[in-house]
Design a protein around this ligand. Structure first.
Ligand SMILES: Cc1cc2nc3c(=O)[nH]c(=O)nc-3n(C[C@H](O)[C@H](O)[C@H](O)COP(=O)(O)O)c2cc1C
Length: 364
């Protein structure tokens, strides 16, 4: 007899297609009958500075939970979610019980998009969002207790582009953040196939010249010199350009900033992403700014050099001026841009189901 049903294995296969910061896939799954436990696998952590108090990790775990709920509905079954803390293991993020109560039709309608969803970093064609697209995306966030804020005003997009460019420059030219970013990149197909995680540079949708530049910047000594020579301006220019070619800049928020809020927020984020996929919209997270600003807003900039904190405080004030309507106590789960763009040129890989699926209850 197998240790778990084919159905539960399918649920885990759906869970692992979820997005995660740097494609680090920070999860393990335990299946005990009709119960599926989603567990934080700390050995997968790659970017502790950006992953502020594991908020990005819990957003990814929340996205995996949302995939299971949607996939179960698509297969005609229902899923009930219980959040942490569960049992005596603080790493257990959620328990999902699958049963045969009536399915939610809206969940079921999203299930075909679980396997299609991806990060599409291509620039867009400057087409505004339609009113019905905006309504569907906002409803997706609200269905999971989140809120979606969209910005498509040219002047505000330009301001956000500059803010993003400065935060990208901070990431490239600060030694700790630079090391975290480089550890996530996979430089050739062999490396990608071996690890089946991380970000394949082919998914960055950049030109050959830009790839060569990133290869050079791999060495922090080179990056530091380039930073001194004013290379930060190039980040500002490219972010402004990317936002000008987007349909909207967007923020998903959640009313709080605890780990449970971020699990719930991750569900909202994934539901918006699946909905964007169903609408044919390209979705690219812009998480460095999201999480650097969170570190400053809620964690006093802890772990960052004082000079960087000062710059980030200014960026935070600028961002708050762009979005005065967002409650300052609400957690920003993710910033992203939506675009009408060509399809992504390739899909990122995942570790196999058997590497992350275990039979039985998680250990205490
Ligand atoms: C919390 C979080 C943060 C992310 N940050 C970024 C980011 O800053 N820039 C980016 O291009 N992609 C970002 N991504 C997208 C991931 O890199 C992507 O989900 C992962 O590589 C898997 O690829 P896929 O989404 O195409 O399946 C983020 C995703 C999540 C869930």
């Amino acid at each position: 007899m197998s240790k778990y049903s084919d159905f539960m294995r399918e649920m885990v296969a759906a869970a692992i297609t979820a997005p995660s910061g740097g494609n680090n896939q920070p999860w393990e799954f335990y299946v005990d009958g009709d119960a599926l436990y989603v567990v934080n696998d700390r050995s997968r952590a790659t970017a502790p500075t950006l992953d502020v108090g594991e908020r990005a990790t819990y957003a990814a775990l929340g996205a995996a939970v949302e995939n299971v709920v949607v996939a179960a509905s698509g297969a005609g079954r229902s899923a009930r979610v219980q959040w942490l803390p569960i049992a005596d293991n603080p790493l257990v993020a959620a328990r999902i019980d699958i049963d045969d109560s009536p399915v939610n039709a809206e969940d079921a309608a999203l299930s075909p998009y679980i396997g299609e969803r991806l990060t599409n970093r291509r620039p867009g064609r400057q087409q505004p969002l339609l009113a019905e697209q905006t309504a569907a995306l906002s409803a997706a966030a609200s269905a999971r207790g989140g809120q979606l804020y969209l910005c498509s005003d040219k002047a505000r997009l330009d301001e956000i582009g500059e803010i993003l460019g400065i935060s990208d420059a901070i990431r490239m030219f600060s030694s700790g953040l630079h090391a975290e970013m480089m550890s996530e990149l996979r430089w050739n197909p062999r490396e990608t196939e071996t690890t089946r995680d991380g970000i394949d540079i082919a998914t960055l949708e950049i030109s050959g010249a830009q790839r060569s530049m990133i290869r050079m910047l791999r060495r922090f000594g080179v990056a530091r010199v380039m930073g001194k020579l004013g290379a930060g301006k190039a980040f500002i220019a490219s972010n402004r350009q990317a936002l000008a070619a987007s349909s909207a800049f967007a923020v998903v928020t959640i009313p709080g900033h605890s780990l449970t809020d971020y699990l719930q927020g991750g569900r909202a984020m994934e539901r918006v992403w699946l909905t964007a996929t169903s609408l044919g919209l390209a979705f690219q997270p812009l998480a460095a700014l999201t999480y650097l600003l969170m570190r400053v807003r809620f964690f006093g900039g802890q772990g960052l050099p004082a000079e960087t904190v000062q710059i980030l405080q200014e960026l935070l004030q600028r961002m708050d001026r762009v979005f005065p309507e967002i409650d300052r106590e609400h957690g920003h789960v993710l910033y992203f841009r939506l675009a009408n763009a060509e399809p992504a040129s390739m899909r990122s890989l995942r570790r196999p189901v058997d590497a992350v699926l275990r039979a039985g209850k998680p250990p205490d």
